[in-house]
Design a protein around this ligand. Structure first.
Ligand code: SF4
Length: 346
């Protein structure tokens, strides 16, 4: 089996009567209505671009999939399920809200081949949920994750950083809740402020301070660290390039296509520093050649944007030279360092 490919189908706000203060789904997906009869064409187009041995999954993203009209939801699932029966996709995933999960809904999803549920668990704090207009409580989250995992679905927790009233402690507690819930993966979304949202009005009148890029990096790190330590894969940090907002929709906040890479690079920087500090070097950096070993494909993340990490390590420890090498024995985010003394030629 080849690489895993998601075929994303954006179901816009049609499924959701709520108005979370940060949400403008129509702006994010660029889709205002959805015609189920358009689904086969979207799927066929996506399938025509992937390798034959790719493991494909149809992913209903956007609004709250299990909150849309049940007839429409089943129609979409029937169409998607035909691709499973034909052996052209392996399964289906969908994203939804905790209060739109029930035993009956989960039975329907399972019968059509949904195997992963991505759940908006933006915060485990009732104070933050209320200030964000989520319209549900932490109890709904606790109940939903239990139902999902007990029935054998794979759970993906989607959390946010920088919601109104949220503290770094709330955010770490949310990550820990997702881990304890048995999630297989997580998404971390630093809050971006869209025009035409309640959050935009809150920012305009000074009730909410949008995150800077630096805030977003520093506040996302503890969640990333907790997920990495627990072995929960982080499959997305920040909006993806396709979700990134054009000038018109964007109001404020960390709307940088490279944000996820910046956060991961910062995590590598921390890990490299910790490994160096274990060597207990004493002001001898200028005579040392540092080699940083990272997992396959992680060199650019370890080096950092515009060599930021290398430059900081040089400034901080004064190393003579620094090299980064990939090592197949290391796993994602894993770091090993070694030093050699500068050879003096006489
Ligand atoms: S539940 Fe989801 S789709 Fe609905 S308003 Fe909130 S973020 Fe938007």
């Amino acid at each position: 089996m080849g690489r895993h490919v998601n075929i994303p189908i954006f179901i816009p706000h049609i499924g959701c009567p709520n108005l979370c203060v940060f949400c403008n789904q129509r702006t994010i997906s660029g889709v205002r209505e959805f015609d189920p009869e358009a689904l086969p064409e979207i799927i066929e187009r996506a399938l025509s671009t992937v390798e034959e041995d790719a493991e494909c999954e149809i992913a209903f993203f956007g609004g709250s999939f299990t909150g849309i009209d049940e007839g429409l939801m089943i129609r979409l699932l029937e169409i998607a399920h035909r691709y499973i029966e034909a052996g052209r996709v392996t399964s289906i995933r969908c994203s939804t809200r905790p209060d739109y999960i029930s035993p009956r809904i989960l039975d329907i999803l399972w019968s059509y081949g949904v195997r992963t549920v991505e759940l908006g668990l933006q915060s485990i704090s009732d104070r933050v949920l209320s200030a964000s207009g989520r319209g549900h409580t932490s109890l709904d989250e606790i109940r939903a994750v239990k139902l999902i995992t007990e029935r054998g679905f794979s759970l993906v927790g989607q959390m946010m950083i920088g919601l109104p009233g949220a503290t770094p402690e709330d955010e770490l507690a949310t990550a820990e809740f997702i881990i304890e819930s048995g999630a297989d993966a997580a998404r971390i979304y630093p809050t971006v402020v869209f025009h035409d949202t309640a959050l935009c009005h809150m920012a305009e009148c000074g009730e909410y301070k949008p995150l800077s890029t630096e805030d977003a990096i520093l506040r996302s790190l503890p969640a990333l660290r907790a997920f990495a330590r627990a072995g929960v894969r982080v499959i997305r940090i920040g909006l993806s390039a396709s979700e990134n907002l054009s000038g018109e929709a964007y109001y404020a906040g960390p709307n940088d296509a490279a944000l996820g890479e910046m956060i991961i690079s910062e995590f590598y920087y921390e890990n490299i520093r910790q490994s160096i500090d274990k060597l207990c070097l004493k002001d001898e950096g200028k005579d040392l050649f540092l080699t940083v070993h990272v997992s396959r494909g992680a060199t650019s993340r370890a080096v950092g944007h515009r060599r930021k990490n290398i430059n900081r390590l040089t400034d901080e420890y004064g190393f003579w030279r620094i090299a980064v090498r990939e090592d197949d024995t290391l796993t994602e985010y894993g770091v090993r360092v070694s030093v050699e003394r500068k050879k003096i030629c006489t």
